[in-house]
Ligand binder design. Structure first.
Ligand SMILES: [Cu+2]
Length: 314
């Protein structure tokens, strides 16, 4: 399975550029990963060990950005920079901190959000992507971008602001004003519920552990409400291929997500409702993005039916 390959670094990024340049002075991809190393600095080869599978997967002690454990970004005072964060870790979520200078999230999982929102305390679960809009201070200096998902804060990137100041590019941050507000969806019946549990040493979805699975089927072009119920004490970043969804509610509390995403992080005992309108027919994988959990059986498929062929009029 893919755990070992991704742990060893078999991944890359693909940036789909805007049709027209938005106007940032820099556009930088930030790939985050963590590494489990032996005392001599080699990659620990104990992949998918039973403890990692039954706990929260494998969390390495060394965190890197773009392969550097002391990653640095250099910019001139006043520059407005787009940072595209990608979580390539097999198991570890990151919580980004942007206090000074402040920053805005403009896109989640490769899709612009309805309204840019504060990037402080932004969660990026394994496999997720977040784009951030940040303007450099107008005087030289350094600041750090840190993450503090676990109790210990870790520096991800040192930003060095240096050189002569530039005029800050002045434009409205990109957004997708067409993302619907599904406020009434809170009261709509659930179409599919996925119950997530640890059964013995295997992870199960509705009692089945992959490669045993029963694919749920949904129709294209209609609203579908999916509930994830975490009947375990572990984290589960649930990830759906091929479609994007909005979070509707978390533990019964309505959420005005304003973002289409392809994964959502469940904490201990969480019940999370998401809504989607499937557009692309096919058998789509749905799995926990803690890859040790996927290897332990936490995977299924969601089948989106093909559209009825349209009769040619005579
Ligand atoms: Cu999981």
């Amino acid at each position: 399975n893919s755990t070992e390959q991704v742990e060893r670094g078999l991944y890359g990024t693909l940036v789909v550029e805007d049709a027209e340049s938005v106007g940032y002075s820099q556009d930088v991809v930030m790939v985050m990963d963590d590494w489990s190393l032996t005392p001599t600095g080699a990659i620990d080869t104990d992949f998918n060990n039973p403890t990692d599978v039954s706990h929260n997967g494998r969390w390495g002690s060394v965190i890197t950005v773009n392969g550097e454990d002391e990653a640095q970004l250099t910019a001139r005072p006043g520059e407005r920079v787009r940072l595209r964060f990608v979580n390539a870790s097999v198991a570890r979520p990151y919580a980004l901190r942007f206090v000074n200078p402040p920053a805005q999230v403009i896109a989640i999982d490769g899709m612009y959000v309805r309204e840019p929102r504060s990037a402080d305390a932004t969660l990026i679960s394994p496999g997720a992507r977040v784009d951030v809009d940040i303007t450099m201070p107008d005087t030289p200096g350094t600041f750090e971008i840190v993450e503090d998902f676990s109790t210990r804060a870790v520096r991800l990137v040192t930003v060095v602001v240096d050189g002569g100041p530039v005029d800050t590019p002045d434009f409205a941050a990109p957004r997708n004003g067409r993302i619907p507000e599904w406020v009434e969806a809170v009261d709509v019946d659930v179409d599919i519920e996925y119950k997530l549990a640890l059964t013995g040493s295997r992870w199960t979805i509705n009692g089945d552990s992959f490669p045993i699975f029963e694919a749920e089927q949904i129709e294209p072009d209609v609203f579908t409400k999916v509930r994830f119920t975490n009947n375990s004490i572990r984290l589960h970043p649930m990830h759906l291929h091929g479609q994007f969804f909005q979070v509707l509610a978390r533990n019964g509390e309505p959420v005005n997500d304003g973002a289409f995403r392809d994964s959502v992080l469940l904490f201990k005992d969480d019940v999370v409702d998401v809504g989607l309108v499937a557009l692309d027919a096919g058998m789509w994988a749905m799995h926990c993005h803690i890859l040790e959990h996927a290897a332990g059986g936490m995977m299924t498929f969601l089948e989106v039916a093909a559209r009825e062929p349209v009769e040619a009029s005579s």
